[in-house]
Every structure is written in C-alpha cells, then in structure tokens.
Design a protein around this ligand. Structure first.
Ligand SMILES: Nc1ncnc2c1ncn2[C@@H]1O[C@H](COP(=O)(O)OP(=O)(O)O)[C@@H](O)[C@H]1O
Ligand SMILES: CC(=O)N[C@@H](CCC(=O)OP(=O)(O)O)C(=O)O
Length: 259
C-alpha cells in the first residue's frame, strides 16, 4: 500500500458501494437511510453501479444478440453504443436523482469525466469493446469527497483516443476501492449473499470460492463479483461483502471455512 493510501485510511473511513443492475430499480427507503447513517458516522462514500438488465432490454429492443463469458458481456461495435447510452443517460442519471432526493448530495460520472477510468481493450477478439482499467483518476474522487459530494460512477471506461469501453461494474468497484484505499466494499445485489445448496454463507474464503466455481455452485454474474472481491482482499481491503440491501451478507475473508 502506498503512503498516500495509508494516510487516507487514517484520515477517513471510505466505503465503496456497488449497486447491481439486478436491484437498482428497487432501492428501498431503508437502504438510503443506511447510506445516510454511514455518512452521519463520518464515512466517505463512493457509489459504483451496473445495469445489466437495462442493457439486455435495450439490446433486445434493437434486435442485437448478446452473449456473456463468465459474466463478462461480449460487446460488439453496435452494442457498445447501446451500453454507453443506457448506463450514462438512463441508469446513472436516475440513480443520481434518487440519491439527491434522498438527501445525499451526489454527482454522476462515467470513466470519461476527468479521465476517471482510463482503459485498454481487455481482448478485442474474445470480448470486443470491453475495457481493462489501467488507471483510476483517484485525485478527482478525492476532490469530490473533500467537498462532501458522493461520486456515482457508471462502468464505462475510455481509451486514450476517447472510445467508450464496457467494463463489468464489479471490476470497476474493486479497482476504485483499491485506488482510493477504501476500508469497506459492499457488492449489493439481488441475493442476500453467496448461497450454496440453499444456504447463505456468512463467510467465504478464497479456496472455498474456487471450489464452488469449479462445482458450478457459483456461476454467471456471481463470478465477476467473487473475482473482484478476491482481488480486493488480496490488496488488503479490510472488509469486503456480497450482500443485498440489508448490507449483512457474505464476508469474503482469508479465514478458512468448511465447505
Ligand atoms: N452461489 C450463488 N449465490 C448467489 N447468487 C448466485 C450464485 N451463483 C450465481 N448467482 C447468481 O448471481 C446473480 C447476481 O449476479 P448479477 O445478476 O450479475 O447481479 P448484479 O446485477 O447485482 O451484479 C444472482 O441473482 C444469482 O442468480
Ligand atoms: C463487460 C460487462 O460485462 N459489462 C456489464 C456492465 C454492466 C454490469 O456490470 O451490470 P451488473 O452490475 O448488473 O452486472 C454488462 O454489459 O452487463
């Protein structure tokens, strides 16, 4: 960890909250109350959001067929225009409006704003216009947090020549959390946590997660989520959780659990 990230942790507790497209249309007042409480407790907050279902609906409407590989959307040149439009103009603006209405002063950003998410292509042949983040402009986030404004970040990145790239929102959340020295990261989804044989797990270790993926008990959109969570605990983020709006789900931890 760099000295500046360490100093940041000492100065303020930072929390990154990733809102999945699976639940973003059904945010509850009690959830906003939890966010307000965290801010009242002195935490600095950053929101990252996805929007998979809205993207699916828009692509379907246009007759564009879309596929995913382990939760990563293969994004053709037609799709990236739709993804860009849906995430920035629809999902981000609606969420920023809700946050402000809930009394949490917020500002919407994509990876273009202040070069927030500079990317290269992950693998054009396999995934098309999907980005791999090379740099997060954490100075911009610092400035907004200092002004007591919550950044609400959509998962669109930019290439050096200004082309939009689609990035899985779980990956964006993990990269942002790592770059700003976040203490806490919540992946908020439509599931109360990692569920195995019908049981929500309180804790999940890396080895258990790899076994569950191999056994097919973790699949689809949960795969980028657990991978993002694992990369964060590797980088030393103290608390990483996969949860629903209650914010009490599965804690990802190095502690071994029996599977
Ligand atoms: N072991 C698991 N526990 C819980 N959910 C899982 C698991 N494996 C796969 N999933 C699926 O992952 C989904 C959440 O991923 P995703 O749909 O991408 O959500 P989000 O839009 O919130 O990122 C769940 O609704 C569920 O269908
Ligand atoms: C490359 C890639 O997979 N991008 C995602 C971005 C949206 C997202 O991640 O939304 P959720 O949070 O709802 O999963 C996609 O196109 O669906």
């Amino acid at each position: 960890m760099t000295m500046s990230k360490l100093m940041q942790r000492i100065a303020h507790k930072r929390v990154v909250i990733k809102l999945g497209g699976s639940m973003i249309d059904s945010l509850e007042e009690s959830f906003f109350a939890r966010l307000r409480q965290m801010r009242n407790d002195g935490m600095e907050m950053i929101i990252v959001h996805g929007g998979g279902p809205s993207i699916n609906a828009a692509l379907e409407k246009k007759g564009i067929v879309s596929t995913s590989i382990d939760g990563i959307r293969v994004t053709c040149s037609q799709s990236i225009e739709v993804v860009n439009q849906v995430l920035i103009s629809e999902v981000n603006t609606a969420l920023v409006h809700q946050m402000n209405e809930a009394g949490i002063e917020s500002i919407g950003l994509s990876g273009f704003d202040g070069k927030l998410l500079s990317c290269k292509m992950l693998n054009k042949e396999t995934y098309g216009y999907v980005g791999e983040i090379e740099l997060v402009n954490h100075f911009l986030i610092d400035k907004l947090l200092q002004a007591d404004i919550v950044p609400v970040i959509s998962c669109i990145g930019t290439t050096a020549d200004g082309h939009p790239l689609n990035i899985n929102a779980d990956t964006v959340a993990s990269k942002v959390a790592q770059s700003i020295g976040s203490e806490l990261l919540y992946f908020v989804s439509d599931t109360p946590g990692i569920t195995i044989s019908g049981n929500v797990q309180q804790k999940a270790s890396p080895s258990a997660i790899y076994e569950w993926i191999a056994a097919g008990e973790i699949y689809g959109g949960m795969i980028p989520k657990v991978k993002a969570a694992l990369s964060c605990i590797e980088e030393g983020i103290p608390s990483v959780e996969i949860t629903d709006q209650q914010l009490k789900g599965t804690m990802i931890s190095h502690e071994e659990v029996c599977v």
